[in-house]
Design a protein around this ligand. Structure first.
Ligand SMILES: NC(=O)c1ccc[n+]([C@@H]2O[C@H](COP(=O)([O-])OP(=O)(O)OC[C@H]3O[C@@H](n4cnc5c(N)ncnc54)[C@H](OP(=O)(O)O)[C@@H]3O)[C@@H](O)[C@H]2O)c1
Length: 152
């Protein structure tokens, strides 16, 4: 199997952590994303020990903020020249109550939907590309297509 570069958002627990573990066990390069640096670093250490694959990196961002999504994309593209697989997994229920982010989005939508679409929408504005992206022409740097304001 070709070695892939895989970014898993919300990889510090649950489904995301397990997905990252399986990808590492398969020998891929995995970038785990979390919102808490200490927790993400702990998970990185654990996953490397569990799988014997230390090719695991950490990126940190609170996806309630589209500005943070943009920074996350910039950090990723500063290190990697392509993204083979993006697992938009991060999500939060916020206790079932309506809460707004500082940018004016309902929080569940901001994390589960706005951050994901900001990260994966096609664009020609990028410099980093991949030949194995799911749709020809998609660019990893389009993760930086974050905007502020209530629409996303
Ligand atoms: N489990 C289910 O039955 C089920 C059903 C339907 C949909 N889903 C969806 O599947 C995904 C994974 O579910 P799960 O059960 O594995 O959830 P989980 O264990 O709660 O993990 C969610 C992950 O998302 C991260 N996250 C939450 N809010 C974030 C934010 N504002 N910024 C950045 N990261 C954030 C969490 O970080 P922390 O570790 O810091 O909390 C964690 O890594 C979620 O999107 C969930 O909505 C799950």
């Amino acid at each position: 199997m070709d070695k892939k570069i895989i970014l898993v958002t919300g990889a510090t627990s649950g489904i995301g952590r397990e997905a990252a573990r399986v990808f590492l066990a398969q020998g891929h390069t995995v970038v785990i994303h979390g919102r808490n640096r200490d927790k993400a670093l702990t998970v990185r250490r654990e996953l490397a020990a569990e799988t014997g694959n230390s090719d695991v990196d950490v990126l940190v961002a609170d996806l309630e903020s589209l500005a943070a999504v943009k920074r996350l994309a910039e950090e990723f593209t500063a290190t990697y020249d392509r993204l083979d697989v993006l697992v938009n997994n991060a999500g939060n229920q916020y206790g079932g109550t309506w809460q707004a982010t500082a940018e004016g989005h309902e929080k569940t939508m901001a994390v589960g939907r706005c951050a994901a679409s900001a990260g994966t929408s096609p664009s020609r504005a990028s410099t980093a590309s991949t030949s194995t992206a799911p749709t020809p022409g998609w660019r990893v740097q389009t993760w930086a297509r974050a905007t502020s304001g209530p629409s996303c």
